[in-house]
Design a protein around this ligand. Structure first.
Ligand code: PHE
Length: 342
């Protein structure tokens, strides 16, 4: 008898656990717990048993009833709330989600900003869609001046501004010079302006959109040694302790005197190698701010002098060891095999 009851319980629980719908559960409930169900059949036999057996069998049957009721209830919850999902093992090590990172140009912009901010420069961003006046006229390049041709400018087809002239996509961050002078009004000025710039050019070493950074320092008694020291400081910070800069006479309308700036090659430290040939890489322009530019910005050139420099973020970045690629367009591509390395 005991064995029969035990088997009944096992059979009931097995059927309940493998049932798939609430309707199945209902018919199992009737089969086991119903008035004519298996459990009642046993209960009906109890009075026929020997007196000593009755209490023990009664308790056993009752346990089975409780177990079956409990199993029906929990299976019903599983079926109706669909909690019966795959088995989850919390001890299995997790899968680390992939985390992206900033693009290497953004990283370079941040690094450049920090280098200059540490020596007191203020990071600004001036408009990428700019007026002619800021990009040229205020920089000592009157209308129709041939020097303008060097900045292969995109013009925006909108009506001209009465005072500031045509709208352009700024071809260099030097447009930030008169803007910063107007903003600060009274020197000292220590500006680092990093922005997108645009020129009509597209080949291995030029993209129509690129980034420039522009430094501008104006105060009493500023001279070329301050310019050279600042550029050298940048070279050491960005390329490593051994890097130096070189300035060569050049011509810009907005600086006098003007220079082109070279950095020593990081591979050969200026000796000459297959990357640089001469030991140097040209990066950009610099010079002492022209008095006419100070005047356009509302600053008295008799009281103040200043220096400015400006060049491409991409070019500066590509000279770093490890970044070496021979086509600047790779930087703007979507080849993750390249981009993920940085
Ligand atoms: N704006 C110049 C260019 O794009 C570079 C430059 C900046 C030169 C500041 C002198 C001073 O070529």
């Amino acid at each position: 008898m005991e064995e029969q009851i035990q088997n009944l319980k096992n059979q009931a629980l097995a059927q309940i656990i493998s049932s798939e719908t609430p309707e199945d559960l209902e018919s199992l409930r009737v089969t086991y717990l119903g008035r004519n169900g298996h459990i009642n059949k046993i209960v009906e036999k109890i009075p026929t048993l020997e007196l000593q057996q009755r209490a023990a069998i009664g308790r056993m049957v009752n346990d089975v009833r409780v177990a079956v009721e409990e199993a029906l209830r929990s299976q019903y919850i599983d079926l109706t709330t669909q909690q019966k999902t795959e088995w989850f093992d919390p001890t299995v090590p997790g899968i680390i989600p992939k985390i992206g990172h900033l693009h290497l140009i953004t990283q370079a912009i941040e690094e450049i900003s920090e280098i200059f901010q540490r020596i007191g420069f203020v990071r600004v961003r001036y408009p990428e869609v700019e007026w002619d006046w800021f990009a040229f006229e205020a920089l000592n390049m009157p209308k129709n001046h041939p020097a303008r041709d060097e900045w292969e400018t995109f013009f925006v087809d909108t009506p001209s501004h009465l005072r500031y002239g045509q709208m352009v996509l700024t071809p260099h961050t030097s447009s930030g010079q008169p803007r910063e002078m107007q903003r600060v009004k009274v020197p000292p000025i220590r500006m680092i302006n990093i922005a997108k710039t645009y020129r009509r050019q597209f080949d291995q070493t030029h993209a129509p959109m690129f980034h420039q950074f522009e430094g501008l320092v104006i105060d009493k008694g500023i001279n070329i040694t301050h310019l050279k020291g600042t550029i050298d400081h940048f070279a050491r910070q960005f390329y490593g302790p051994g890097a130096v800069s070189r300035i060569r006479p050049f011509h810009f309308r907005f600086t006098e005197p003007s220079f082109e700036v070279d950095f020593s090659c990081v591979h050969c430290m200026g000796k000459g190698c297959k990357f640089c040939k001469s030991g140097w890489h040209e990066v950009g322009g610099a010079g002492m701010v022209h008095p006419n530019v100070l005047r356009a910005g509302g600053i008295d050139p008799k009281k103040y002098t200043g220096f400015a420099f400006g060049w491409g973020v991409e070019r500066t970045l590509l000279l770093k060891p490890g970044v070496n690629i021979n086509d600047i367009r790779t930087l703007y591509g979507t080849d993750l095999r390249y981009l993920k390395q940085f």
